[in-house]
Design a protein around this ligand. Structure first.
Ligand SMILES: [Cu+2]
Length: 305
């Protein structure tokens, strides 16, 4: 009896240990050692996906408990050695209707909100800015549409050196081995960003798990997607479509910063030749309202006079 109690306690402790990471809902963007559940991510899309997943998981857990519980009760309480006699009927219309209708209702209850979330995930309208992403063997190119800012983003030199040298990577020294780039994709938080995604050579796929989606980059085709990052931070991803020998060496790093920091960063990235036309544009802008105001001012002046 004492032994049985000890066994039970140990099982409960193990259960609590296993459940702890699942119950610790606030998971960071990057995968962690021994992480059991999927991450929550940092966007509405990723959190919607996480919630849909959790609902489906718990529905499955409850159905599993009910079904296997009923089976256990049937096998233990109504066993032959206890003198149980099996019923002889083979069909029961009422039971069949019930066990068809209940699962259908459960499926509809799960599919309805999931479909609404899926539709929202693909709605790229009303974006505040657009970034064009182009996949190359083996790097990414980012263009901030209408801003005149574009650059390529490729594996950082240190990761590249380690992988070419054949030495064992030291994760203490290089925690982001193969997950770092020379130029990060900087994005503002709380801004709906539309991505148009394509490729220059073969099919790649742009994937940052914390954003909650992946999108194929296909030559000759433009796919779109969107994101609105809630939390500033650095989010890493990879090419998710086998695209050639260096498929594993074209990581993605997104750096989400405040809107003010983003505006500053974007301005610093604009070509140096740009300032010359910019004041001219401003002057033009200033002239236009002045020209508009002049006819207004004239009648006013005339009225006063
Ligand atoms: Cu690729």
């Amino acid at each position: 009896m004492m032994q049985a109690k000890g066994w039970w306690k140990r099982l409960m402790a193990a259960g609590a240990l296993l459940a702890a990471p699942v119950l610790a809902w606030a998971q960071s963007a990057d995968p962690q050692r021994w992480q059991l559940n999927m991450g929550r991510g940092v966007t509405a899309s990723s959190q919607n996906a996480y919630e849909a997943h959790m609902i489906a998981l718990w529905v499955c857990v409850i159905i599993g408990l009910v079904v296997f519980g009923a089976m256990a009760v049937a096998m233990i309480r109504f066993r032959k050695s206890k003198g149980a006699v099996a019923a002889q009927f083979s069909h029961n219309t009422t039971a069949e209707v019930i066990w068809t209708v209940i699962p259908v209702l459960i499926l509809i209850a799960m599919a309805w909100p999931a479909t609404a979330k899926l539709i929202a995930m693909y709605d790229t309208r009303d974006a505040e800015m657009t970034v064009k992403v182009t996949g190359y063997q083996w790097m990414w190119k980012y263009e901030y549409m209408g801003e005149g800012v574009e650059f390529t983003s490729r594996l950082d030199r240190e990761s590249d050196r380690i992988r070419q040298s054949g030495e064992q990577p030291d994760f203490e020294k290089n925690p982001h081995y193969l997950l770092d780039v020379d130029n990060r994709l900087v994005l503002p938080v709380d801004t709906k960003v539309r991505f148009v995604i394509t490729s220059d050579d073969v099919i790649h796929a742009w994937w940052v798990p914390a954003l909650g989606w992946k999108q194929d980059a296909i030559p000759g085709l433009i796919n779109d997607a969107w994101t609105e990052i809630k939390t500033p931070g650095v989010y890493r991803g990879q090419c998710a479509e086998l695209c050639g020998k260096d498929h594993g060496f074209m990581p993605i790093v997104v750096e989400a910063v405040s809107k003010e920091d983003f505006a500053r960063w974007l301005a610093s990235k604009k070509p140096a030749a740009e300032p010359a036309p910019a004041p001219a544009g401003e002057a033009e802008g200033a002239e236009a309202p002045a020209a508009d105001a002049a006819p207004e001012a004239a009648p006013q002046g005339a009225g006063q006079a």
